[in-house]
Write a protein that binds this ligand. Structure first.
Ligand code: FES
Length: 608
């Protein structure tokens, strides 16, 4: 179903049965939801028309007779049954202050590098036979500097020039004219920002003249069928004769799907997309451009290239305007990519006087610590535990994944989509381990207690969940009667060890960065948790398992897809795009592998 959010002009597609709040989240429209959608705070009021399920009891209680008459609904309660138009009133929008306090993206000036230039060119006569391009150059150069059209734009020029008596519109990306239209067309000048993650690819369709986000769409990275982690994809690209080509074309196809989807949602033409800006890890950068990433997998882990690159869309087979400029932001090193540059850019940590730590956790934990004085980055091989992979009941953060756990005598959990649980994802695992530690089900070495010990401690319900399987203990989080299709969700002693390895690597990375910078935890003022996992993990659980140190002076800020926000900034602002290159020049990279102090810290950090 199609849901349009005004005054933003954002359109999204959702399944019937979703709430308007869920649709807003999917579309990137920020609506206040103080009670988290329980229907108690009434902060999520919107004016909705179209096909919606009838008012719920909560809405009838919380909305006044006047509001009801004027079509007000609670976004978290109103359920989509068909196409809907939604107006988000001022008071229900997340204010700029709270956006800033959440650190989602710092304010920046809209100054895109793709622009529309209307021109009035004098008509040629028998007395003045100035060639078209010279004539256009004269009109153009009065206001701008050098005019360099692409061949395609030049071929359009004679027709466009004569169609409306010299009234024409040029579309320029930086200093290159890439499109020519008669009169005022095209209706919109568009761009796409993309975050290519190892697991998901997210694309944001942006209006480059207003800065408005028109639509957002995401896909599972189709390369996952060649391996979940980047190392197996590098192997495939290196060892299969068509591996590199296959991985590149899979990615391009995914991007073309996102482009088709977002332009369809917004009702615009992909031919009006003239700029694109991408971030991703260093391996994704190489694969996107079809450059072999082989050397990244072996010491000394050298990338072929780290610089920001500009390519024409037609060279990559992207289904947008063929001469659109496609920018890939720069990488920092082999294992710290343009996605980290995006995080640094969107949080603005490289401009702040206060010391900040940014962590983006996937199969690798990429982190940056510092301020405008000095900024150091590193990457640790966190392993797959945080992405739910390779655990006995691990899964990605999808419907049915347990994402939060509470233990108070017995176990309570929540599964994504409120469905029957099918497994546990990274944030659920962190929660579970934190709660198991607190309840004494595991000790500080990570050892799971036996049921006898738990019974002696009066933890009878928890004792019933401990099962001895061969030499290892297992904790039954979800019993067959509760799980999807009679499934159990269990955490084994080995799973706990996997998490210890992962959190040990990340914690050790943070400790080494602090040591290198000569600071302690109390010097850190902001901790930015980036990425889907970082956005959903409870800071208190991350602290409880020791994933991050206790930073007594720090504000912990989940920044969501900060890498994607960085790509949007670089698309909408030439200054931000230049700053990305500036970041590359000023940031230091610390290689952790082979450092003896890293091994020591790692061994220590494995303990809870
Ligand atoms: Fe609180 Fe809707 S989010 S009532």
């Amino acid at each position: 179903m199609r849901v349009r959010f005004e005054p933003f002009g954002v359109i999204t597609q959702v399944e019937a049965g979703k709430t308007l709040l869920a649709a807003a989240i999917a579309a990137g429209v920020e609506i206040e939801a103080v009670c988290g959608g329980r229907g108690t705070c009434a902060k999520c009021k919107v004016i909705a028309s179209g096909e919606l399920k009838p008012l719920t009891e909560e809405e009838q209680k919380k909305l006044t007779a006047d509001e009801l008459q004027n079509g007000y609904r609670l976004a978290c309660q109103a359920v989509v049954a068909g196409d809907v138009e939604v107006v988000v009133p001022e008071e229900s929008r997340v204010s700029r202050v709270s956006i800033l306090s959440e650190g989602t993206v710092r304010p920046f000036v809209l100054h895109p590098w793709v622009k529309r230039h209307p021109l009035q060119v004098p008509e040629a006569t028998l007395e003045d036979q100035t060639p078209d391009l010279t004539n256009v150059r004269r009109a153009w150069e009065a206001a701008h500097h050098k005019l360099t059209p692409t061949l395609r734009a030049l071929r359009q020029l004679p027709f466009a020039l004569r169609d409306q008596q010299g009234n024409l519109t040029l579309i320029a990306a930086d200093d290159q004219v890439i499109d020519v239209h008669a009169g005022d067309a095209p209706p919109r000048v568009l761009g796409v920002a993309v975050d290519i993650g190892s697991t998901t690819v997210v694309g944001y369709l942006m209006d480059l003249e207003t800065g408005q986000q028109l639509a957002v769409s995401s896909l599972l990275n189709p390369q996952t069928r060649y391996g979940d982690d980047v190392v197996s994809r590098i192997d495939f690209a290196t060892n299969d004769p068509t591996g590199l080509e296959t991985l590149q074309s899979e990615l391009i196809k995914a991007l073309n799907t996102i482009i088709a989807e977002t332009t369809r949602m917004a009702g615009v033409s992909a031919q009006n997309i003239y700029g694109m800006c991408l971030v991703g890890n260093t391996t994704m950068y190489h694969l996107f451009l079809g450059i072999s990433p082989s050397a990244l997998a072996r010491a000394p882990y050298v990338p072929a290239v780290v610089d920001a690159m500009r390519v024409a869309a037609h060279e990559l087979g992207l289904a947008i305007h063929p001469d659109a400029h496609v920018w890939v932001l720069p990488n920092i090193a082999g294992w710290v990519g343009a996605d980290t540059v995006g995080v640094i850019l969107s949080t603005g940590m490289y401009l702040q006087d206060d010391v900040a730590l940014a962590i983006d956790i996937g199969t690798n934990g990429e982190m940056a610590l510092g301020s405008r004085q000095r900024l150091i980055t590193c990457s640790t091989a966190a392993g797959p535990a945080f992405e739910g992979a390779q655990l006995s009941c691990g899964m990605r953060a999808a419907g049915g994944a347990i994402d939060t756990v509470k233990i108070d005598g017995d176990v309570h959990w929540h599964a994504i989509g409120d469905s029957a649980p099918r497994g546990i994802c990274g944030s659920g695992l962190v929660d579970l381990i934190a709660e198991m530690l607190r309840a004494g089900v595991i000790d500080s070495t990570g050892m799971m207690q036996d049921s006898e010990t738990l019974n002696q401690n009066g933890q009878h319900k928890l004792a019933e969940r401990i099962v001895q399987e061969g030499r290892q203990r297992v904790f039954e989080l979800v019993r067959p009667s509760e799980g999807a299709a009679g499934r159990t969700v269990r955490v084994t002693q080995r799973d706990v060890r996997e998490l210890q390895l992962a959190k040990g690597a990340i914690r050790a990375g943070i400790e080494i960065l602090m040591k290198k910078l000569g600071i302690g935890p109390s010097d850190v003022k902001y901790v930015y948790l980036a990425g889907a996992f970082g956005n959903y993990i409870k800071p208190e659980s991350a602290l409880a398992i020791g994933l991050i140190p206790d930073f007594p002076q720090a504000q912990i800020v989940p920044v969501g897809n900060a890498a994607g926000s960085g790509a949007k900034m670089a698309l909408l602002s030439v200054g931000a795009r230049n700053e990305a290159t500036e970041i590359l020049r000023n940031v230091e990279y610390l290689e952790l592998s082979g450092r003896p102090d890293f091994q020591e810290q790692f061994a220590e950090a494995m303990l809870f």
